[in-house]
Ligand binder design. Structure first.
Ligand code: NAP
Length: 292
């Protein structure tokens, strides 16, 4: 049976480090880092994610502000708010929770955030820096959190074959870049797979590290995992669960039961990549504060 990569515990470890840095900052009379999250509309998932980010801010000693707007807000009004925050010297990081209502161009909003405050790492400048291996920008929080998890467990990546399933700009593509970078948690040979990949199972079976970021519950089965491989499950799909109080449960992209028979290490859902994503965001916000 595979060892569980405990994202919750590792996330706490890094949050404790961040908190200690913030306390040292405050002891020197400096301002605590300040993260602002913009939340538009009433999407249940978005509300949960923003609440978790706000809670984490308080845990590490940041100022966390959530600005809530109705889904009738116009793109112009939203952009005006983004510009105001861009110019506010007391704010270090700004995130706009996605998805946005259909009448708003998500790309226009994402690109309006000053790259220096784009702690989600979605701006073209930050994506470009990532692609060039320039570490002065911000890396998308989920892939960043995964590299922190790999580092914590001392997982050797150099010379390994990593298969990343999913090529989104927020997870799969940046993950593939980080794993192929010349860095402590890189130097892999990376295969980036997507819905048009014809021999996915064959490729997965060659992988020492599998990262699944697809959004299809239980898609990666044990018979796709090479014995001893490390499996990172990014997927978080909300499934109805009438028996639970909340009425839903989170499902990963990996069939945990069968995959953990073959894997040497595996992340659970929940409690794996999710908490590490939040810690990645906290890390980026602290980085922004330190650069000011
Ligand atoms: P996305 O933008 O929908 O991208 C999904 C990717 O999966 C696409 O590249 C798609 O390929 C690929 N794909 C779909 N079906 C496939 C198949 N049958 N075989 C191979 N590839 C397939 O999703 P995302 O934003 O990256 O998110 C992926 C999952 O991670 C979701 O469950 C999301 O909720 C979760 N997530 C979790 C966290 C966290 O903190 N835990 C953070 C972000 C996202 P094409 O490009 O060809 O369409």
């Amino acid at each position: 049976m595979a060892e569980i990569l405990d994202g919750k515990a590792v996330s706490q470890h890094f949050k404790d480090q961040i908190k200690a840095e913030v306390e040292a900052m405050i002891a020197l009379g400096k301002r605590a880092p300040h993260l602002v999250a913009i939340l538009v509309g009433n999407d249940g998932g978005s509300q949960t994610y923003v609440a978790a980010k706000e809670k984490a801010c308080h845990e590490v000693g940041f100022t966390g502000t959530v600005l809530r707007y109705p889904d009738t807000i116009s793109q112009e009004e939203l952009l005006k708010k983004v510009h105001e925050i861009n110019e506010d010297s007391e704010i270090d990081g700004l995130i706009v929770q996605l998805p946005l209502p259909k009448h708003i161009d998500e790309n226009a909003v994402t690109q309006a955030i000053k790259p220096e405050k784009d702690v989600d790492g979605f701006h073209d400048i930050n994506m470009g820096k990532l692609a060039k291996g320039d570490t002065t920008g911000y890396t998308s929080a989920t892939p960043l959190g995964i590299t922190m998890l790999l580092k914590y467990y001392g997982i050797k990546t150099s010379g390994k074959h990593a298969v990343v399933i999913g090529r989104s700009n927020i997870v799969g593509r940046p993950m593939s870049i980080l794993l192929s970078d010349s860095s402590e948690t890189g130097n892999c040979t990376v295969t980036l797979c997507h819905s048009r990949t014809s021999n996915l199972k064959e490729l997965c079976l060659q992988a020492d590290i599998v990262v699944a970021a697809i959004g299809r519950p239980g898609f990666v089965k044990g018979d796709m995992i090479k014995p001893g491989a490390v499996v990172i499950d990014v997927g978080t799909t909300r499934l109805d669960n009438a028996s639970k109080k909340a009425g839903w449960r989170l499902a990963g992209d990996v069939d945990f039961a069968s995959a953990s028979e073959n894997a040497s290490m595996i992340t659970p859902v929940p409690g794996g990549v999710g908490p590490m994503t939040i810690t990645g965001l906290m890390f980026n916000t602290l980085k922004s504060r330190k650069l000011r």
